[in-house]
Design a binder for this molecule. Sequence first.
Ligand code: KG4
Ligand code: ZN
Length: 331
Amino acid sequence: MCYNFRVVKVLGIETSCDETAAAVVADGRTILSSKIASQVDIHARYGGVVPEVASRQHLLAIIPVIEQALDEAGADLGDLDGVAVTHGPGLAGSLLVGVNAAKSVALGAGLPLVGVNHLEGHIYANWLADVDITFPVMCLIVSGGHSDLVLMRGHGDYVLVGSTRDDAAGEAFDKAARILGLGYPGGPAIERAATVAPSLELPRSWLNGSYDFSFSGVKTALMRLVVGGGVSDANDAAASFQAAVIEVLAAKAVATAKEYGVRNVLLAGGVAANKALRRALADTSPVPVLVPPPVLCTDNAAMIAAAGYYRFQAGRTANLALDVVPNLKLV
Ligand code: KG4
Ligand code: ZN
């Protein structure tokens, strides 16, 4: 990899769940292309991601998506400086498709390879917006599989401050939407339905003395209300559920930001697309809150290329033995 005064172009590949994505990013910050083949319509009929179906769809889509990303960036393989790929956490069969594609491209084009943690990718989506980020930062990562508070002291330097003890925030949104019959994926459906002031009393799980989260209780409380006939307005139920989840997420993120004296709060992951969460954090945080544009909050490969760029810079390259790690941890 060359770090002279020329642009460093990294091809990012992401297949950890149900989006087949490839992107070319310059210097870890400028998106030259970002292509996503979404399987959401295929999985929607089952109400959730079917792993076997996902990996087959990735196989069909991966080569065309990489070709489109290169085309749109006006780049061929010879213009690239490295390949970054998500190798966990995620669905094993889905991850394998991306990792094997990345290895093939790296081997064929003689490029260095780097494995990226999907959650690290979500954090680095923030570097793709034209903003200044000052370390240390507190990252609130809220996706379909994770709800983590991570103190980031520098590039690649993470300390886990809190995480969910049961359902992830996105998973809770998805389950609540199913309970309310609002469809899949649940987060956007709940947000769209939450058009009225919330009036239902749902519990907040504060887990006092800890920065961990727990969202299964609020989901069960919603279920009990629905089964017991206590919900007459789905919009109110959606708004009440959204408010209960967001209040805890925002309060804990703000508390950790104060305790650790960070300079910025970074929001990351699919649930970061939620406008009410963005507002709640921006209104209460003692330091500027940075949020990627919605399209970069949900799964994409530009964030993987961005994270990969900083890994390349730190010399943390992989070799062709790179394996998928479905339960890969960030710290
Ligand atoms: O980060 P992501 O695209 O995939 C994972 O890594 O899991 O996150 C997907 C999750 C889903 O649970 C989805 O319901 C949730 O993010 N989500 C939202 C919104 N958009 C996506 N949750 C709340 N509000 C949204 N607007
Ligand atoms: Zn994700």
